[in-house]
Design a protein around this ligand. Structure first.
Ligand code: GLP
Length: 255
């Protein structure tokens, strides 16, 4: 794992975008795993800027999103389809045929999940997966207790996660109870991981993921088992780490 601590959110996001751009320039048809949430917004903004100012080209890229709420149509302003469209897809030259976001309105969720897994493999596997982290250590919607070998499937959201998300909905009742999410095992199959976290509210989760024991109670701790995981954090999210992390991702020396 390579932990890169940056002064603030802006610096963290820009550095993460440099890494994504580096991988994209080396492999123009890369398969990029994407995440939602507020954390990767700075990264997406910077990628949009790089496309505009530096000609970064997404035309051959294939994307797979981590998760989507069950029961929200893509037009719902809280769906992850909508989020991705508004914050990234509509701004860059991705081919819409290459975009994959789990279908929260699937009639048969199990069939869909199986198809999603197959589709990732058909496309050559995910080269780089962007990840955020929940305050309780979840990745995608793999809540504490999720099997560390799990695959794409439907999951019940915990009370904490629903509360975290309640601010985006008019009433608490409207917050979805279920989501389709890539499994921890699916995420681990990506060739590289890029986990982002900022703010003090994430400090405990980052500490548990990076320096805590490997446990299903903190699904993000699985990154300790990945051969090429990058953790980009701002000073606040890194505030509980005790290791000495000054690495640059360009050093390529993984601990
Ligand atoms: C949701 C998403 C996760 C994301 C998390 C944190 O639960 N399913 O993929 O990492 O929120 O969100 P934020 O980045 O807004 O803190």
């Amino acid at each position: 794992m390579l932990v890169i601590v940056k002064e603030n959110y802006d610096a963290m996001s820009k550095e993460a975008a440099r890494l994504v751009a580096d991988r994209l320039r080396k492999k123009p048809n890369m398969v990029l795993g994407l995440a939602t949430g507020s954390t990767p917004l700075g990264l997406y903004k910077e990628l949009i800027r790089m496309q505009r100012d530096e000609g970064l080209d997404f035309s051959k890229v294939t994307t797979f999103n981590l998760d989507e709420y069950v029961g929200l149509p893509p037009s719902h302003d809280q769906s992850y389809h909508y989020f991705m469209h508004e914050n990234l897809f509509k701004e860059i030259n991705l081919d819409v045929r290459h975009i994959h976001v789990p279908q929260g309105m699937s009639k048969d969720v199990d069939v869909f999940c199986e198809w999603y897994e197959k589709r990732i493999v058909e496309c050559g596997g995910i080269d780089l997966q962007v990840l955020g982290i929940g305050g309780n250590g979840h990745i995608a919607f793999n809540e504490p207790g999720s099997s560390l070998g799990s695959r794409t499937r439907i999951k019940t959201l915990t009370g904490t996660t629903r509360m975290d998300n309640a601010r985006f909905f008019k009433t608490g009742e409207e917050v979805p109870r279920y989501a389709i999410t890539m499994g921890v095992g699916t995420i681990m199959d990506a060739k590289e991981l890029l986990l982002l976290a900022n703010k003090t509210g994430k400090a405990d989760a980052v500490k548990a993921a990076v320096e805590g024991p490997l446990t299903a109670m903190c699904p993000a701790s699985i990154i300790q088992m990945h051969a090429k995981a990058f953790v980009f954090v701002d000073r606040d999210a890194a505030s509980k780490l005790t290791g000495n992390y000054n690495d640059s991702w360009e050093s390529k020396i993984f601990q």
